[in-house]
Write a protein that binds this ligand. Structure first.
Ligand SMILES: *Cc1c(COP(=O)(O)O)cnc(C)c1O
Length: 427
């Protein structure tokens, strides 16, 4: 979309005034003077998340073991409740979504569920730009079957090291491929992959499709009724602000409810018979059947508060602002930062980009460090990308304007030169 932005701080202030998402900012803990651009790595804490966490703590204090089963609380099925709150974000049915462990474990359980290699069909198709944990989990599952990842993983290589070309993925869908697992949005370039097209082409060839939504959930709205993938995984601590290490999301398409879980455990048993403690698992026939053991409820509770905020804001409204505020950031980069050697590494088209801007510079490591010393929180991704995520719930247009002013100051005064050209710990 063409927004026709103009220069000047007063333009940013005007955009903020007209921003429908603006009231949500007051509900977050922001540090005075700091510009937080790293919500795609760890979202900020909101008062809503804090309140939900403290409420669950009170329930534990008051009820002890009763907190699992008290009719108004029922922490025993808390994952179902959170699944119901998450489902609208991806356009799934409530019983197709559950909250469990972390993304990596959910890849293990999904691949464990769907990977049934035969002589003819034994390959899992991946790309070479995905986050590495996805690959570790896939390789691990292949080894558990006594097979060799060298032979059983087929990698689609990016042509340019930045983007996945959908037609290359489709071309790689040969008869020996049984599963495709790809990221919806690439963590570095921010490319939004055409999930509908890839899923459709895979299904035509009898291939199971899984998506890793870590960088799209909460930033991009998905219509799973239309895309119809077989499974999906994601973490809830990035754009969804569920808190460090909060439990992750898992989508299992209802057509697979009868399948066995890849990592079975007693919490995947049907509620009615779980406490009969039989040695034969009677798996629940909905996404909750993919639960393993007792959940870390306190870690999940902050997510409850945060997800209710999402319901209030509406994910389509958030996407609308995210597209606009990232477009504003790109406009400022184009008009003010090009002369310092900066470029934009993410796709420009609205339907091809996620929630962050990939700012590229040959000196990105040192500039990233200088930004941190100027109270801007971005993150660096090898080899030359500074990721900037103006998260629509709590980042203002003025923040974006001020961010670019601080970058100009760093470049004009060569402030980055006092930092070493080496990578620190940037989770
Ligand atoms: C952040 C991220 C993960 C994180 O996995 P966890 O097991 O939840 O730590 C996985 N995949 C992708 C693509 C990510 O961006």
């Amino acid at each position: 979309m063409n927004y026709d932005f103009k220069e000047g701080r007063e333009v940013a202030l005007k955009l903020d005034k007209a921003d429908k998402m603006r009231p949500f900012r007051e509900r977050f803990y922001l540090n005075e003077g700091e510009i937080y651009m790293d919500g795609n790595s760890l979202g900020l804490c909101s008062k809503d998340a804090e309140k939900a966490l403290l409420r669950v703590l009170e329930e534990w204090k008051k009820y002890g073991i009763g907190c699992w089963s008290e009719p108004d609380i029922q922490l025993f099925s808390y994952h179902d409740y959170l699944g119901k709150l998450l489902a609208p974000l991806i356009g799934a049915d409530a019983n197709e979504v559950t909250v469990h462990a972390n993304t990596t474990i959910n890849i293990h359980t999904s691949i464990g569920t769907f990977y049934k290699p035969t002589e003819e069909r034994y390959k899992i198709l991946v790309d070479n730009l995905n986050f590495p944990t996805d690959r570790y989990a896939i390789d691990g599952q292949i080894k558990l079957k006594g097979l060799d990842p060298e032979e059983c993983v087929k990698v689609v290589k990016s042509r340019d090291g930045k983007m996945i070309y959908e037609e290359d993925v489709v071309e790689a869908m040969t008869d020996d491929v049984c599963i495709v697992l790809l990221p919806s949005v690439l963590y570095r370039s921010g490319q939004l992959v055409d999930m509908g097209y890839i899923t459709k082409e895979a299904h035509k060839r009898g291939i199971i499709v899984g998506w890793d939504l870590c960088h799209s959930i909460g930033a991009v709205s998905h219509d799973f009724k239309k895309i119809d993938p077989d499974f999906a995984v994601w973490c809830n601590y990035k754009y969804l602000n569920g808190g460090p290490g909060t439990n992750a999301g898992l989508f299992i398409n209802k057509k697979h409810f009868e399948k066995e879980s890849g990592l079975p455990g007693w919490h995947g048993n049907k509620n009615e018979t779980q406490f009969q403690l039989k040695h034969k698992l009677e798996k629940s026939n909905y996404a909750g059947g993919w639960q393993s053991g007792t959940q870390s409820v306190l870690s999940m509770s902050a997510l409850e508060g945060s997800l209710k905020m999402y319901a209030e804001a509406g994910v389509d409204n958030l996407r609308e602002k995210s597209l606009k505020i990232t477009a504003y950031l790109m406009y400022l980069i184009d008009t003010k930062l090009e002369k310092y050697g900066f470029g934009i590494g993410n796709p420009r088209e609205d339907n091809k980009r996620g929630g962050h801007v990939a700012l590229e510079h040959d000196d990105a490591i040192r500039i990233n460090e200088a930004l941190k010393s100027e109270k801007v929180i971005p993150d660096f991704r090898y080899p030359n990308v500074i990721r900037l995520a103006p998260v629509p719930l709590y980042v203002s247009y003025e923040d974006v304007y001020e961010l670019v002013e601080r970058i100009i100051d760093i470049m004009e005064n060569k402030k980055y030169e006092k930092f070493e050209n080496k990578i620190g710990v940037t989770a």
